[in-house]
Structure formats: C-alpha cells, structure tokens
Ligand binder design. Structure first.
Ligand code: AMP
Length: 203
C-alpha cells in the first residue's frame, strides 16, 4: 500500500506513522527525520535544510523532492510506503504523482489527521524528544516558531486536502484521543484490520 499521511504539526503523524507502517508492513518515511539526521550529521543537505527548519519554513521543493524520490527508489519502498511529512506543497504532490506514474505506480490513499489548532499549540509547546538520554525541546517547537509553522501549514500544506479529495484518495480521521484509539480509526479508514498481527482473530 502507498499512503501519504497528512496533518498539521503536532497532529501525531510521527507516532501514528510508525504504528500504521508496521501494521501495513511498509517503511515509514519521514522527511523531517531525514532532514534532522542530516542536520546532526552536518551533511551538505543538513546544512542547507537547517536554515529553513530553524525558522519553521519549508525546505525548498528542489531539495526535498529529489531526496524523497531517491528514498522511494530504495528496495524496501518498492512494494509500498507510508510518507510522513511529504508532500507539503501542491508542487511536491504533483511531482510525487508524476514520479510514481513513471514507475507504473500510484498512491492508494491520503490519510488526513484532523486536530483543531488550540490543541496543536498545546501539544507542540509541551512536546519533548529524547536525544542522547536527555529530553529536549526541538528548536522548531519554540512558541514563536510553532505559530509560524502552523501558518505555513495553513497556507502551503492544507490545500493538499482538496488536492487529494479531488483525486478520490482522501480519507480523514479525528486525531484527538488516545494513541490506540486514533490508530484504530486510521486503520479502519485505510480498510485494514486493526487487530495486531499474530492475533488469531486477525487474518
Ligand atoms: P516535521 O518533522 O515533519 O515537522 O518537519 C520538520 C521540518 O523539516 C519542517 O518544518 C520543514 O522545515 C522541514 N520539512 C519536512 N518535510 C518537508 C517537506 N515535505 N517540504 C519542505 N520542508 C520539509
């Protein structure tokens, strides 16, 4: 299955992507994680991306699209993938569609996680990640950057909802609730049995 996970920063995409991808037996590919790994490794790509990430802006499409197309060409993504954080602009979505088309593939679904903005601000300002054994706040989760990232989302990424609805690929779920509840809704919306693999009742 080839799935795009859409939703604003703080909607829980990263967490859900891991669980859903595991259930679908496809890799979860997060452009944010790839960028962060490049920033930590101080690669040329990381140095270029950091300026945009720190200010809460999108990394330019020329950099991002090539990186994703390369990643999708790796063997583990041949039979399917779950994209987390890509596409984020209509231009990225069009290039993804054309590139898959060139390989004789197409997306199966765009799953949108819907969360209202007050809840997002609350979640993002409290969010911490584990780095070298310590819980730290991501630089781009600082309050002023959070507001800017949400604005960028509204302007540049939210229109993808209409883009995928027009292509007949959009399914939306309410992403407020316990992680398991949201996963259950997500798998239901994707038409996948939500019992864990290995459960004798699942098939
Ligand atoms: P995320 O972890 O998905 O919130 O991404 C963190 C940051 O990485 C974003 O705020 C952007 O600066 C950058 N980024 C991630 N994915 C993309 C993308 N598809 N297009 C442009 N920039 C991206």
């Amino acid at each position: 299955m080839r799935v795009v996970l859409l939703g604003p920063p703080g909607a829980g995409k990263g967490t859900q992507a891991q669980v859903i991808a595991g259930r679908l037996a496809v890799p979860a590919i997060s452009t944010g994680d790839i960028f962060r790994a490049n920033v930590s490794g101080q690669t040329e790509l990381g140095i270029q991306a950091k300026v945009y990430m720190d200010s809460g802006d999108l990394v330019p499409d020329e950099i991002t699209v090539a990186m994703v197309i390369d990643r999708l060409a790796e063997p583990d993504a041949k039979a399917g993938f779950l994209l987390d954080g890509f596409p984020r602009t209509i231009a990225q979505a069009e290039q993804l569609r054309d590139s898959l088309d060139g390989l004789g593939h197409a997306l199966d679904r765009c799953l949108e996680l819907v969360v209202d903005e007050d809840e997002l601000v609350r979640r993002l300002s409290g969010r911490r990640m584990l780095v070298d054994g310590a819980w730290v706040q991501r630089d781009d989760d600082k309050p002023e950057t959070v507001r800017h990232r949400l604005e960028v989302y509204r302007k540049q990424t939210a229109p993808l909802s209409g883009f995928y609805a027009g292509a007949g690929l959009l399914v939306q779920i309410d992403a407020i609730g316990e992680i398991d509840e949201v996963t259950g809704r997500a798998l239901g919306a994707l038409g996948v049995d939500d019992r864990p693999a290995g459960d004798p009742a699942a098939n």
